[in-house]
Design a protein around this ligand. Structure first.
Ligand SMILES: [Zn+2]
Length: 466
């Protein structure tokens, strides 16, 4: 907040009394330090903390943290009577944060906050002009500004940031009757940033010491997760190198991390480097300097945060009651948990399939397929014949078909027969050749140069925890 060149967007509603029209203006005001307007906003009850980024959340360290109060007049003691009335009828405005939960509608959310239905309807109608309320994601935070008096709740405004660069505010117009929506987007520029650091305790501490945002370190971790056991293989003196994109607003604030272009991990004497490369067919992947894709095998766990509730092999069937071969792995997870494609492939089957319920089968190569059963639903728009990439969400955990509770039944098939998913390690065979390999080598040189240029200005960061 104290950064120089802090830009404050202020929406001010001006009453053009002479014409009897409410005219809405938007000013862009450059504030250095804490001037009068800044001070007023800082003092406004509950306003200064709106959209304050959570610590450790780089995506939240965004533009909106420095933005204006959602409610015109709430920060301004000189508001015209109309606004003062809108904002302060009988009590100070209350800020209320609400979070979108599974199954929520915006109407339901507002009603739960005791907003009368006709006001909620008005606010939603205004919001819909700039943002489809059905696009609200689970976990999305909304800030409501309310006034409660005499047992009645009055909605003054609401605000949400669908992403770190966009902020939408709905507020009452001057007359205090209708709602108007404002949609603000920050411009960003992409900058390449290089980092390298020696690991003295953990990779994340080394990253923090080199001022690498945590999201970029998570990206680096993912890139090597196939090969490196970070608990066991990492030792003091090992090092990482990273070239990644930073999307920054005009005041240099990090909005979010873009793509990692290059990452290297040196463990002992062994240096592993990977380069991002987009092939002419549009597929992007990470490759070793020799041009081999780093995606080596199917994902071990094609669903996030799940535990194996039943392994591959003989077991007593929970519904049928007798012992039979369990030809897959069951992952217990709540209904709605996303299911990932275990590898790059093509949708071979998608639809209901007897006791499997909602079912998807992906073909990964001439031999190997994977199957996913009991889904509650499929990823939107997914059709037979579609290409999917490893890690892409293909559907959601459910309990359709013959199932005792929500879980993913996962199978790996080789030549059409189920095999133990834990027993295989399948190379994807994706190695660049010919012209593609030549193009990749050129790219590697470019990236190496970019890293050397960026890295020339950085010291080898060394993080020593006390
Ligand atoms: Zn099963």
């Amino acid at each position: 907040m104290q950064s120089k060149g802090l830009i404050l967007f202020a929406i001010l509603v001006v009453n053009a009394l002479a014409t009897g029209l409410a005219v809405v203006h938007m000013w862009q005001i450059k504030v250095t330090g804490l001037d009068r307007l800044g001070a007023m906003i800082a003092e406004a009850p509950g306003v200064s903390d709106w959209f304050t980024p959570r610590p450790g959340d780089p995506a939240a360290a965004d533009a909106v943290a420095a933005a204006d109060p959602v409610v015109p007049g709430a920060a301004d003691s000189d508001t015209p009577d109309g606004l003062a009335d809108a904002g302060n009828a009988g009590g100070a405005p209350i800020d209320r944060a609400v979070v979108v939960r599974r199954g929520d509608t915006l109407m339901g959310l507002l009603l739960r906050a005791e907003v009368p239905r006709h006001q909620a309807h008005g606010a939603i109608t205004a919001l819909a002009e700039v943002f489809d309320p059905r696009q609200l994601q689970i976990g999305q935070r909304l800030r409501l500004k309310l006034v409660r008096s005499g047992g009645e709740t009055r909605l003054i405004g609401l605000e949400l940031a669908p992403n770190s660069l966009r902020r939408i505010a709905v507020a009452r117009d001057l007359a205090g009757e209708r709602f108007v929506a404002r949609d603000q987007e920050r411009a960003v520029t992409t900058r390449l940033a290089a980092a390298r650091a020696e690991i003295t305790s953990s990779l994340f501490e080394a990253g923090a010491g080199a001022e690498v945002p945590q999201a970029a370190m998570v990206g680096l971790l993912r890139l090597f997760a196939y090969e490196v056991d970070f608990q066991r293989d990492l030792h003091e003196g090992d090092r990482f190198e990273l070239l990644y994109e930073r999307l920054e607003t005009d005041d240099g604030t990090l909005a979010r991390i873009g793509d990692i272009q290059f990452a290297a991990l040196t463990l002992g004497d062994v240096r592993r480097a990977v380069y991002r490369f987009e092939r002419s067919d549009g597929r992007t992947d990470f490759y070793t300097p020799e041009g081999e894709s780093i995606r080596k095998s199917l994902l071990r766990t094609p669903v996030d945060g799940a535990r194996i509730s039943s392994g591959y092999g003989m077991r007593r069937h929970p519904i049928l009651g007798y012992s039979r071969m369990h030809k897959g792995i069951d992952f217990a997870a709540p209904t709605g948990t996303p299911i990932f494609a275990a590898g790059d492939g093509v949708v071979e089957l998608i639809g209901r399939r007897g006791s499997y319920g909602h079912y998807i089968r992906l073909r990964h190569n001439a031999e190997v397929s994977t199957a996913y059963a009991h889904m509650s639903r499929y990823a939107k728009g997914l059709r037979r014949g579609n290409r999917v990439s490893q890690g892409q969400v293909i559907g959601y955990v459910g309990s359709t078909g013959r199932s005792t509770g929500p879980h993913l039944h996962y199978e790996v098939l080789r030549n059409g027969r189920q095999i133990n998913p834990l027993s295989i390690d399948l190379p994807t065979g994706d190695k660049l050749t010919g012209r593609t390999l030549q193009a990749f080598r050129t790219r590697v040189e470019e990236i190496d140069r970019a890293f050397a240029t960026s890295a020339a200005s950085i010291q080898l960061a060394q993080f020593t925890p006390e």
